[in-house]
Design a protein around this ligand. Sequence first.
Ligand code: SF4
Ligand code: SF4
Length: 160
Amino acid sequence: MPFFCVRCGECCSQMGSVHVVERELETGGFVMANLYTGERHEVEIDPALACLSPDRRIFERWSGACPFLREKPGTGEICCIVHRTRPEICREYRCWRLLVLNASGRRVGRVMERRHLAADDPALQQFWDRHIAVLREDDDACWDEQAILLLTEGGYRVQR
Ligand code: SF4
Ligand code: SF4
C-alpha cells in the first residue's frame, strides 16, 4: 500500500526548530541547515508554487513551522513550496504505521510510533480508549495484530 499523505501539514508544523534557512543563493535558491544533524541542503522554490511564498499566514497558526510550509488558499491543503528539492529526511518521512479508515474509506486516525493514536474522529478515540488502550501485550507484532482485529471487528479498515 503506497503512503497516503492527506497534506495536513502537521509533520512540518514544528520543523522550524530543525530546518532553518542559512542563506539565499544568487540563483534564487536557499541553503537549508538541519540544526540537529548539521547537514546542509540546497533547495529551490517550485515555480508552480512560487506565488504562495509571500503568504506567511501559516505562521500565525503554527509559529514553529518549517520556513517552506504554506497553505493553498481556499483549499485547506498545506504544501511544501520546495517539494521537488526537499531534503532526504523529508522524502523518507512517513507519519504513521497504521492508517485507520471508517466504513466510507475516510481517514479517521493514524497510529504513530509504537502505539500512539492520532485520532481525527472522537468516535474512534472512544473506541480506542475502551478496547485498544487497555490491551496488555508486550510484543509489538502481536499488539498490532490484536489492535487490527479489534478495529476491524469495530467496523474500521486498517492499512499498513
Ligand atoms: S506526511 Fe502525514 S502529517 Fe505530513 S502532511 Fe502528510 S498526512 Fe499530514
Ligand atoms: S522542507 Fe518541505 S517537507 Fe521538509 S519540513 Fe520543510 S515544508 Fe516540510
